[in-house]
Design a protein around this ligand. Sequence first.
Ligand SMILES: C[S@@+](CC[C@H](N)C(=O)[O-])C[C@H]1O[C@@H](n2cnc3c(N)ncnc32)[C@H](O)[C@@H]1O
Length: 361
Amino acid sequence: MPDILSPETLNYLNSLPREENPLLKEMEEYARENYIPILDKNSATLLEILVATSKAKTVLEIGTAIGYSTIRIASVLPDEGKVYTIEKSTDMIPLAEQNFETSGFSKKIVLLKGDAIRKLLNLNVSFDLIFLDADKQDYMRLLEFSLPLLKKGGLYITDNLLWQGYTSSLEEPPAKYARSTVQIREFNNIFFNLKSLRTSLIPIGDGLGIGIKLTEIGEDNMSGLQFCYKNFNAITAGRLEEAKDIYSLLELALESNLEKDFVSLCFDAKYMIGLGSSIAKAEENPEITGYGTMRDDLNKTILKFLQCLKEILSEADEDIQLYFINKYLQQNDESDEMEDLLRLVNDFAEFKIILNDIKRA
Ligand SMILES: C[S@@+](CC[C@H](N)C(=O)[O-])C[C@H]1O[C@@H](n2cnc3c(N)ncnc32)[C@H](O)[C@@H]1O
């Protein structure tokens, strides 16, 4: 395995005398014995120093595990400070909760249980410092969804950017690390190139990235769909007939990384409506013939639209799937479902106009 620090430097760092908190020591041992990846203790001390010197009051952590870094953050927050920490693993959550209780810092900790993307989409809190330490394949999207919540002058800290030395190594990583190494390299290319952050990489632990936010909240390059989700009521006010359902589909698409499918639904809906009205005009005019290709095109687009809808729904809970299937997808020409589906298509076409307006603005 390639080194981040030379073995001598690492040994020296780890041998420096320091006062050890018994709970943290116990947690470090538990993590080692149970192969739970927690923050390296030298990185954790630096994180504490950054939280304290930046005078952060509200911190967001993505990836709690057993709560080791959460407790270290909470320990240096002022009395009125809060660290919001997000964890999706039902194995980790009870362990973290127990450790928070034992630490005596539970009043400063808000544990958000579930997938971070969903939590971030619905979090209306602004933060002084964000610490990202979750699954590597999610890093890019978690950065995209969390950065808009960081205040100007706030710190964005993220672990594992040197990924056990594989990120910078010229040798091929072992198969087990091949994909994650590519993902971290791609992440670093984005993280170090963001206009909204001035960023550095500190080669301790597993490589700690630190960026200071240069832009105000609201000036971030949020994706059009994320913006629509956060401002849904304001931007759609009165323009959609099935607003609640469009909102659910947008939420599912954002959570499941299916934004392209959502945008496709908007494009296809607009195209279908255009084709439909051209065919209707042609049918009224006996002089126009040969509009069969338009019909073929319409049929193909309808199939594509339904396919995208099913793709997004495949990520939904069973009750949501059933609701959409019953309302929109069990059609026969006589039934109400056809009218429901037409309304949904009209709404997606309207959403395409909304997206165009946002892009222009
Ligand atoms: C490296 S561990 C966190 C270690 C912790 N920060 C510490 O140093 O004590 C990563 C944790 O993030 C959680 N996680 C990964 N991706 C997540 C996501 N998308 N949403 C919520 N939790 C996630 C994993 O379940 C895992 O427990």
